[in-house]
Design a protein around this ligand. Structure first.
Ligand SMILES: Cc1cc2nc3c(=O)[nH]c(=O)nc-3n(C[C@H](O)[C@H](O)[C@H](O)COP(=O)(O)OP(=O)(O)OC[C@H]3O[C@@H](n4cnc5c(N)ncnc54)[C@H](O)[C@@H]3O)c2cc1C
Ligand code: FES
Length: 272
């Protein structure tokens, strides 16, 4: 796939809308370039009258459909929640570096919508009959994205699924970090993680203690999406081009990671 081809704007028709949680919606469409994406890549999504925003591909060629899973946090994502089957959106991409698929004993950790880019990775491992352990965290049972799908995979023994909720309504009571502290991470050969940056950093520390390498999908403010404008700078990386999936050994060397991000005009703001 070439960047020039992927950077072309395409109008796609929405084929399916899935309400995942009260504030999270999946939007599925047909697009031949997205159908060939690697797990972990993202698209730029534009709704007329709103900002163009980056969204991870959460669905890649599932019976011909690809798509995104969107949490409502501001104007654009609120407008996305109102989308219906038959509406049209404009996309560019897929862009960026996706996950490597090197693991034989994968540990996959997602916090909140951080599970979105990990979803196609889980599917890829299931197809290869590599049984991964998926640790998913959310505030409550209602907020666990893809919970039913993961439960089904768990019942088929295609994955081992550990749900964590902060209110204890389902699974382990606490965060994914609490759940991982009770697991022997030495049983895994590779970690894949995405979620709030402080969570990624804490999970990466536990993996390092256990000697497990890995990679994380990280977010910075994306504008061009193709490595030109510098808006997404993280240390010496341009997240849109060199990420969003970055090896943990590199993230550990970047001072800004889990400390400083930048807003739409490049001002540094603390990572919460
Ligand atoms: C590579 C990547 C993949 C992402 N994947 C997903 C996903 O799968 N699902 C999901 O719900 N969200 C995802 N996001 C975050 C999503 O892009 C923002 O939530 C969205 O842009 C918010 O737009 P808004 O207008 O609704 O909110 P606003 O009120 O405009 O912004 C709310 C917050 O969203 C972030 N944000 C806004 N615009 C951008 C931008 N252009 N680039 C990066 N961050 C921005 C900022 O932190 C801002 O403080 C991803 C971000 C990146 C960088
Ligand atoms: S968003 Fe422009 S360089 Fe990454």
């Amino acid at each position: 796939m070439s960047y020039v081809q992927n950077n072309a704007r395409r109008v796609v028709r929405i084929d399916q809308v899935v309400r995942e949680t009260p504030t999270v919606t999946s939007i599925l469409f047909r697009d031949s370039l997205c159908a060939c994406a690697s797990p972990g890549q993202f698209v730029m999504v534009w709704l007329l009258g709103y900002e163009e925003v980056p969204m991870s591909l959460a669905f890649i060629n599932e019976e011909g459909l690809s798509g995104i899973t969107v949490r409502e946090v501001g104007d654009t994502t609120r407008a996305m929640r109102q989308l219906r089957v038959g509406d049209r959106i404009v996309i560019r991409g897929p862009f960026g570096r996706g996950f490597s698929l090197r693991s034989k004993k994968p540990l996959i950790v997602g916090g909140g919508t951080g599970i979105a880019p990990l979803r196609p990775l889980i599917r890829r491992f299931v197809t290869r009959r590599t049984r991964c352990t998926v640790v998913l965290g959310g505030a409550s049972s209602q907020e666990l994205i893809y919970h039913r799908w993961l439960q089904q995979l768990n019942r088929r023994r295609a994955v081992r699924y550990v749900a964590c909720t902060e209110d204890g309504s389902v699974g382990v009571k606490g965060t994914v970090v609490d759940a991982l502290r009770d697991m022997d991470l030495k049983n895994f050969d590779y970690l894949y993680v995405c979620g709030p940056e402080k969570m990624i950093a804490a999970v990466a520390d536990l993996a390092q203690e256990a000697g497990v390498p890995g990679e994380a999908s990280v977010e910075r403010y994306i504008k061009c999406g193709v490595g030109i404008c510098g808006s997404c700078q993280l240390g010496w990386l341009r997240v849109c081009r060199d990420g969003p999936v970055v090896p943990l050994r590199i993230l550990r060397r970047i001072n800004e990671f889990a400390r400083i991000r930048r807003d739409d005009i490049g001002r540094p703001i603390p990572v919460e």
